[in-house]
Design a protein around this ligand. Structure first.
Ligand code: 9MJ
Length: 686
């Protein structure tokens, strides 16, 4: 057995290691190891401290929750500590917690509430006399950072509450960024040449801890409230479940996935169910939280260290892991981008074996200092392609090699860098981070354009996925997207395609026919114009009304639209100038692809009170969230837009409306305050 001195040393080393990772994760928002590895270190320390309590010290990382607040923000003392949670990683560990609880509670009956454990940032919100007065991070559990200004920018946090709310109360919740919001943010940061966030949690933490709250305001942050900290001056419900229901009535956002569960078996069933659907969630969740429902038992059970005995986190299997980066390969995207990807030593992440992962672009590889031969952290989030978060520098041997994209694709025969698929010339437009294959006829691009055209957010042609589009292309049955509409004359060749039975062929042909009625915005997106995503396609459809209108638009006209900058404008112009693209568009028209303005008008034209009118909602309204106001406008046939243009009919404004109201006044558009808007709604309904 190891001597006492050695054990003490081991414990101290572990603490130093954990403290370092704590700092990297909580203060720098820049972790070096995966969450799973961090959990492992923490458990190793806990086990040792339990076995050798003589070495337990109050400053051990097992005795605290996070890291110290940044000095730059004011400090908020939490009247009641913000707790962290103990973890269970298996049914057995959950059952052990349950049995411990049973022993303490005795004969009295109790039940549970199950909740998703969102991987965001815990905050405390204090309301005094109906107003949000303080918003703070958890910090070390006792003292957090004052981030009130930043939290005020989150639309789902009410700034005031109804009169019947307690005169003083504090709520705790998790601030998070959706997976989509995270990807969008990183895409934009990549395009602007900024460093990328490792995951939505870091992005959310980085966003609420901005010293300039205008930056926070631009990030699509959201919150779910998960408990009442305390309330003064008014009685509160006796259970956690009823408390959450009551908080809903005060206007707080409570996760609809929460569930009341009357036995531990039901808790386990709930865990299995949520684990299955977690991938399809719009936000990251790393487990479930199980809470005893009866609040009197919370008081009685109390805390151990900074963890409540009345709750536990039952974690999902890890989606991060470390492995070796064996090499970096290059594939060609549908817009010709040369995308570097990681070739990894295969590793299991959340039950799936990962061999490849995304590496974004060469600048990002440099910024993160990822080298071939490194041990790297990889992660898998939702349906997103796994990605390399960064290197574990402490594991370097000195043999790792830096990556250079142009060296990698150097073609000896041609004596220059060349597209690895077609040998085409490689370009890097000024101000962009990506290299491109400039050959419009590059087969790798053409095949992926078909796949993209048929994909869900685009023309949504069921049955034309990755494999079929590759086969159609390789066999020469569809060399471009317009030729999909000629497949109905090629049935004999189609049935010869491997794995394509008569029935699936008929289904595919039917799906191709149906896609002719897709609205204009989808067709614009489906064409795969560089820098034109789903949202931009929607804006273009609303602005230009037809493919011809868009094709005719000048650079100036395009840039008149406030969300279109020179990069997008140039890309649209270049697309429509290309002879091949002109031919494809003509062929699509000949095939009777309608590109109707909207799906609804194509099917059932009807007249509603706001039909043909465009609204922009800006600032903070009292009665609705912006989304609710926009939903009302759409319900009544109007269009809700993000930007004020000459076509805008009304600008509905609330508190702090900003530049949109100014622009409306400049353009002579009638602004409506909230009262006027409500009157308009009332009139429209009669
Ligand atoms: C999260 N992160 O979603 C708690 N949490 O309760 C939920 N966190 C929590 N509950 C007590 N849903 C301490 C932390």
């Amino acid at each position: 057995m190891a001597g006492q001195q050695e054990i003490k040393q081991k414990i101290e080393d572990l603490r130093a290691e954990i403290n370092r990772h704590n700092y990297l994760y909580h203060v720098q928002d820049n972790p070096e190891i995966s969450d799973a590895e961090y959990d492992r270190l923490m458990r190793e320390l806990k086990v040792l401290e339990e076995k050798y309590p003589q070495f337990l010290t109050p400053d051990s990382p097992t005795q605290r929750v996070g890291a110290a607040p940044l000095e730059a923000f004011g400090v908020v003392e939490h009247p009641l500590p913000l707790l962290s949670l103990g973890n269970a990683f298996s049914d057995d560990e959950l059952m052990a917690w349950y049995k411990r609880t049973l022993k303490l509670v005795g004969e009295r009956p109790f039940d549970f509430v199950g909740e998703y454990k969102i991987d965001g940032l815990a905050v405390a919100l204090t309301y005094v006399d109906g107003q949000l007065t303080t918003g703070a991070t958890r910090g070390d559990g006792l003292r957090g950072e004052n981030i009130t200004q930043n939290l005020r920018t989150i639309r789902s946090i009410p700034l005031s509450v109804p009169k019947d709310a307690p005169p003083r109360f504090e709520l705790r919740g998790e601030v998070y960024l959706s997976k989509k919001g995270f990807q969008k943010l990183n895409r934009e940061r990549g395009e602007e040449g900024l460093s990328l966030f490792a995951n939505p949690r870091n992005a959310a933490a980085g966003s609420v801890r901005q010293l300039d709250s205008r930056i926070t305001a631009r990030r699509p942050l959201d919150i779910y409230i998960y408990m009442l900290g305390y309330a003064e001056g008014r009685p509160v419900p006796p259970t956690h479940w009823e408390t959450m229901e009551w908080l809903k009535t005060l206007g707080f956002k409570i996760n609809p996935k929460n569930r009341q569960l009357d036995s531990i078996e039901k808790v386990i069933e709930y865990y299995r169910e949520l684990e299955k659907e977690r991938e399809s969630l719009p936000y990251e969740a790393d487990g479930i939280v199980v809470k005893i429902n009866q609040l009197n038992l919370h008081e009685e059970l109390g805390d151990i260290g900074r963890e409540p005995r009345w709750a536990i986190a039952y974690k999902f299997p890890a989606t991060q892991a470390t492995t070796k980066l064996n090499d970096i390969g290059i594939n060609v995207g549908r817009t010709g981008t040369l995308n570097p990807y990681a070739i990894l030593e295969p590793v299991a992440v959340g039950g799936v074996t990962i061999k490849n992962a995304a590496l974004h672009n060469e600048d990002d590889i440099r910024r993160k200092d990822i080298r071939i031969g490194d041990t790297v952290i990889i992660q898998r989030a939702g349906e997103v392609i796994p990605e390399v978060v960064g290197p574990v520098k402490s594991k370097r041997t000195g043999k790792e090699k830096e990556f250079n994209l142009l060296d990698k694709i150097f073609n000896k025969e041609k004596g220059r860098p060349a597209c690895p698929e077609c040998g085409g010339e490689v370009i890097k437009p000024e101000g962009e981070v990506m290299y491109y294959c400039s050959n419009a006829a590059c087969p790798a691009q053409a095949q992926q354009r078909i796949e993209h055209f048929a994909s869900r957010g685009a023309m949504d042609i069921r049955g034309v996925g990755e494999n079929i589009s590759a086969m159609l292309f390789d066999k020469g049955l569809a060399k471009n997207v317009a030729e999909l509409y000629k497949l109905k004359d090629k049935k004999e060749q189609l049935v010869e395609i491997e794995k394509m039975g008569e029935k699936s062929m008929e289904n595919m042909l039917q799906a191709i026919e149906t896609s002719k009625a897709r609205p204009l915005a989808r067709l614009i997106f489906a064409l795969g114009i560089r820098h034109v995503g789903e949202e931009m396609a929607e804006i273009l459809a609303n602005e230009f009304h037809s493919i011809d209108g868009l094709a005719r638009a000048s650079r100036e006209k395009l840039m008149d639209v406030s969300t279109i900058g020179p990069k997008i404008a140039d890309s649209i112009i270049a697309f429509f100038r290309e002879e091949d693209n002109k031919n494809i568009i003509q062929e699509l028209k000949d095939a009777d692809v309608k590109a109707a303005k909207t799906e609804e008008t194509a099917a059932t034209p009807k007249h509603l009170p706001f039909s043909g009118q465009e609204f922009v909602v800006t600032g903070r309204l009292e009665t609705f969230t912006r989304q609710q106001a926009e939903a009302k406008i759409k319900e009544l046939g109007g269009t809700a837009r993000d930007n004020v243009t000459r076509k805008t009919d009304f600008v509905v404004y609330g508190d702090e409306p900003g530049s949109k109201l100014t622009r409306a006044k400049e353009l002579g558009i009638k602004p409506l305050n909230e009262k006027e808007f409500l009157e308009l709604l009332k009139k429209a309904k009669v």
